[in-house]
Design a protein around this ligand. Structure first.
Ligand SMILES: NC(=O)c1ccc[n+]([C@@H]2O[C@H](COP(=O)([O-])OP(=O)(O)OC[C@H]3O[C@@H](n4cnc5c(N)ncnc54)[C@H](OP(=O)(O)O)[C@@H]3O)[C@@H](O)[C@H]2O)c1
Length: 386
């Protein structure tokens, strides 16, 4: 029996890496559903290649185009949010949650509530709705398998451990392109410089998040909900080589780490095959060639986004949602040359200071806080221009 997979966000970077692995292991996996936002042609090509049963676009205006592209294939074309939820609830053993942003919240929650195993790349799901998602998983019995490389590393190191045996987890961060830069250089950083990640090849938004270190801040919040540890037992360590993906320290002083080349196909393969393993074409580590592994404490004065994320995590309630939404708008402002690099964290902080939302009890409330935060930061940014 082949394992049935549904891929939410099949046309993206994580989606494509997942498809690459599935094609290399077509005797073990079959794709039942694939989704995208607007890329009708890309999605139709994937659906044809993988012989999927359902292909869904978020953008309903492109449904006719998708239907025409899939005519005669036996793959049903659909569009809109309800259809995205259908894809999450398709007859799949594993749902790959690789939609970017809060658009993934409802489909991911639907899969979790149905008790499906969810391989989670969409970090916003846990950052903004961590408590709701993990509570739903406990109720339904759903398993959450992290795809983010750091969380996947921790998941691997924790295998079989009792919660009381863990003293802390340590997330590693490359430090991004400005790790050693002087504050005055960081202040004048251009989008091109901020997107030039030293080790990982990723999209613009997540690359800027690495440069500000907000990405590690979001991962701190993600780790809190995935592993159920309080903020003071989750540390961040700069590790410029990106070889050690994260570590777990146990009460006896043992520290376990997961190492590997920086290739997302390693954590994705782990999630696809779990609890077994499958081969990947990822480059093997040559530790003798790497020769040294460095570690440093993060500098919160040059990278205030990390401090803001920890404060939001500790404040709880709506604060992580505000942090995430404000950051998305501020990063878009920076990429559009509306904000300078240091203003990303400044505006996120001003938004956190101005926001006053109650803790959300439902996904609808999470999405409402997300929406309200976006207009709040927009008004702060507009005010500042006048
Ligand atoms: N890339 C990485 O190495 C990496 C590593 C760790 C975690 N992650 C996380 O994984 C998630 C996906 O990242 P990615 O780099 O693969 O992103 P990406 O390349 O931008 O792809 C995003 C996918 O989501 C779809 N999408 C975008 N907006 C949507 C909407 N409103 N409704 C429904 N679908 C939508 C896109 O469809 P279209 O093609 O039609 O736009 C695409 O299929 C993010 O949360 C990211 O933080 C990524």
């Amino acid at each position: 029996m082949r394992r049935k997979i549904s891929i939410l966000g099949a046309t993206g970077s994580v989606g494509k890496s997942t498809l690459d692995l599935i094609e290399r292991n077509s005797d073990r996996f079959e794709v039942v559903a694939v989704t995208a936002a607007t890329s009708a042609e890309g999605l139709a090509n994937i659906a044809r290649r993988m012989d999927a049963k359902l292909a869904v676009l978020a953008d309903e205006s492109r449904l006719e185009q998708l239907q025409a592209l899939l005519a005669g294939t036996g793959c049903r074309a659909a569009a809109g949010e309800a259809a995205l939820i259908d894809a999450a609830l398709a007859d799949a053993e594993i749902v790959i949650a690789a939609i970017v942003g809060c658009a993934g919240l409802r489909p991911v929650m639907a899969a979790v509530e149905a008790g499906t195993t969810v391989a989670l790349a969409n970090k916003e799901a846990l950052v903004t709705a961590g408590q709701l998602m993990t509570r739903a998983a406990q109720t339904s019995g759903a398993t959450l398998l992290p795809i983010d490389s750091e969380h996947n590393a921790i998941f691997q190191c924790l295998a079989g451990s009792r919660a009381e045996d863990v003293s802390r987890i340590i997330l590693t961060a490359s430090g991004g392109p400005f790790r050693t830069a002087l504050p005055e250089t960081i202040a004048g950083a251009t989008p091109e410089q901020a997107c030039a990640h030293p080790n990982w090849s990723m999209g613009a938004k997540i690359s800027v998040d690495s440069a500000t270190m907000m990405n590690k801040g979001l991962e701190l919040i993600e780790a809190r909900y995935l592993f159920g540890l309080p903020s003071e037992r989750i540390d961040v360590l700069i590790h410029p080589q990106s070889v050690v993906h994260s570590l777990v320290e146990f009460v006896d002083g043992s520290v376990l780490a997961q190492l590997g080349s920086p290739d997302m196909r390693i954590p994705i393969a782990f999630a696809l095959a779990w609890p077994k393993r499958i081969a990947t074409p990822a480059q093997r580590l040559d530790l003798a060639a790497i020769s040294r592994l460095d570690f440093e404490t993060p500098d919160l004065s040059r990278f205030p986004a990390l401090r803001l994320a920890r404060e939001a995590l500790e404040a709880g309630g709506a604060a992580p949602i505000v942090l995430n939404a404000a950051n998305e708008v501020a990063v878009a402002g920076f990429l559009g040359n509306r904000l300078r690099f240091p203003e990303i964290a400044e505006f996120v902080e001003r938004t956190l200071d101005s926001a006053d939302f109650p803790a959300p009890q439902t996904i609808d409330e999470v999405l409402e806080i997300d929406r309200a935060t976006r207009s709040l930061i927009e008004s702060l940014m507009t005010e500042d221009c006048h």
